[in-house]
Design a protein around this ligand. Structure first.
Ligand code: ADP
Ligand code: ADP
Ligand code: ZN
Length: 215
């Protein structure tokens, strides 16, 4: 099973990808998580990536494609992957097509999560993330038992710098301009499945399982 999870920031891609990847025993490849790890490590590469992320802009295609190429080439990615937050531009989608072809692999489905802008704003400004295990919470919709600590691992919860309202608005603009064109790109290839991204995470997970298995 090789899937792309597509949707605006806050659509629930990460939440759903974590669930399905664990169920299927396949890697969850989230470029945002990889870039944040690089930024936290303080390398020159990470610091440069962070300067784009903090502004709500996209990191240059060749940088992200390089990360994904390395990750897809590893042994555990052979049996399947969920790509979350990649591709985000048509150039990245084209690069992905080439990468998979070189590895003799095919993309099975692109699952698009449809969520209203109002809901996205609410979700992103209330998002909290565990620094240790990456579990994502929401202050109102899926609150942690304690405000500061992760329910699963006791790690520290934090608010992403780019989840401030001003940066969220910028990210939504970037999504509309640079990522939304991927809907037509994948529709024309017969790979796109859209699903309603609003409702309980469990109900959405059911819809995702059906979409992933359909065909
Ligand atoms: P969200 O969960 O809100 O959709 P991500 O964690 O996927 O956000 O991404 C956070 C930031 O990391 C993006 O705003 C962008 O700066 C950078 N980023 C992540 N994936 C990509 C990508 N495929 N191409 C370019 N930049 C990316
Ligand atoms: P993305 O990876 O697409 O940016 P996330 O999975 O990080 O999105 O979800 C964004 C925020 O919305 C998080 O705070 C998460 O807890 C919350 N969230 C995820 N799914 C739902 C849902 N179905 N209903 C309400 N809130 C949700
Ligand atoms: Zn945790």
């Amino acid at each position: 099973m090789r899937l792309v999870f597509l949707g605006p920031p806050g659509a629930g891609k990460g939440t759903q990808a974590r669930t399905l990847a664990a169920e299927q025993g396949i890697p969850h490849i989230a470029t945002g998580d990889m870039l944040r790890e690089a930024a936290a490590s303080g390398t020159r590469f990470g610091i440069e990536a962070k300067s784009y992320m903090d502004q709500g802009a996209l990191v240059p295609d060749e940088v992200v494609v390089g990360l994904v190429a390395e990750r897809l080439g590893r042994e555990d990615a052979k049996k399947g992957v969920i790509l979350d937050g990649f591709p985000r531009t048509v150039a990245q989608a084209e690069a992905l097509e080439r990468l998979l072809k070189d590895l003799d692999l095919v993309l099975d489905r692109v699952i698009f999560f449809e969520v209203s802008e109002r809901e996205l704003l609410r979700r992103l400004t209330g998002r909290r993330v565990c620094r240790r295990c990456g579990t994502t919470y929401h202050l109102a919709f899926s609150p942690p038992r304690s405000l500061q600590r992760c329910d699963r691992c006791e790690g520290e919860l934090y608010q992403r710098a780019d989840d401030s309202e001003a940066t969220v608005r910028r990210r939504l603009e970037v999504y509309a301009a640079q990522t939304a064109p991927l809907l037509d790109y994948y529709r024309s290839r017969g790979l796109l499945i859209s699903l309603a991204g609003e409702g309980s995470p469990d109900a959405i997970a059911d819809a995702v399982r059906r979409a992933a298995a359909s065909g």
